[in-house]
Design a protein around this ligand. Structure first.
Ligand code: ADP
Ligand code: MG
Length: 250
């Protein structure tokens, strides 16, 4: 589903991604761990084309991000076409970014109606089902300010799912939550994984990664330090940098 090869990205003179290779098979969960500043968010943003890579390539479901193939030639996509490509990729951020003036239900129906041209009735029906799926069937009429952080984040997940993405990207989805609210969000993500969603999850939740991830990737300083089965990377890491990071977060 996702193949990144030699991805480089610089901001000014600072190279923050120094050749990232990463593969995520369809239906698999990849957890991305690493210290702050190691380039995890930048990498996710490149997958979603919120940032443009300087070198290397990323393909999602066989489509090169930012390009379209015409015969033997790759054409760079215009901004409007990039938005179309991005529809298939759901993203959930640390901050929930819900529309504050819309109810949970309206937050979830907005994009399907506007972008997927779903009828309002069909979008509402889908939104009710999605809110049920994230355990918020009884909160459809609530505004974000009337919901806890964990509930807001679950609405944000439902909103991303409403676009029927083939890939979900999570950037530290539980980092902004009070500790007692982390579990309910991780439970929803566990359910998604069990349903076969392909996911890349940036997280410091080592327990979640160990349990849910098919692949754990440890990044530091813009490179992948090690990647593999969670029981290898998280329980017997081969690299000192991984060991010292895990010692700090565990
Ligand atoms: P992580 O998510 O692992 O904490 P980031 O991808 O956010 O790391 O950041 C990697 C590096 O890139 C950091 O040094 C950060 O300061 C820098 N960086 C990220 N975004 C920008 C930007 N828009 N402009 C300049 N530097 C940036
Ligand atoms: Mg980050």
């Amino acid at each position: 589903m996702v193949v990144a090869q030699g991805v480089t990205k610089r901001f000014g003179s600072v190279e923050v991604l120094k050749g990232i290779d990463l593969t995520v098979a369809r239906g698999e969960v990849c957890c991305l761990l690493g210290p702050s500043g190691s380039g995890k968010s930048t990498f996710l943003r490149c997958v979603n084309h919120l940032e443009r890579v300087d070198g290397g390539s990323i393909t999602v479901d066989g489509e090169r991000i930012g390009y379209r193939r015409r015969g033997d030639l790759l054409h760079e996509l215009a901004e409007r076409e990039i938005a179309v490509q991005r529809r298939d990729i759901g993203m959930v951020f640390q901050r929930f970014n819900l529309f504050p003036h819309m109810t949970a239900l309206e937050n979830v129906t907005e994009a399907p109606v506007r972008v997927r041209r779903l009828s309002r009735a069909a979008a509402r029906e889908q939104a009710h089902a999605l809110l049920d799926r994230v355990g918020l069937g009884d909160r459809a009429g609530h505004y974000p300010a009337q919901l806890s952080g964990g509930q807001q984040q679950r609405v944000a997940i439902a909103r991303a799912l409403a676009m029927e993405p083939k890939l979900m990207l999570f950037d530290e989805p539980t980092s902004a939550l009070d500790p007692e609210l982390v579990g309910e969000v991780l439970d929803v993500m566990r359910g998604l994984a069990a349903d076969g969603m392909t996911m890349i999850v940036v997280t410091h939740e080592v327990g979640f990664a160990r349990e849910v991830a098919d692949t754990a990737v440890f990044m530091d300083g813009g490179v992948v330090v090690e990647a593999g089965a969670p029981r290898d990377v998280l329980d017997r890491p081969g690299q000192d940098r991984t060991r010292s990071f895990l010692a700090k977060v565990l």
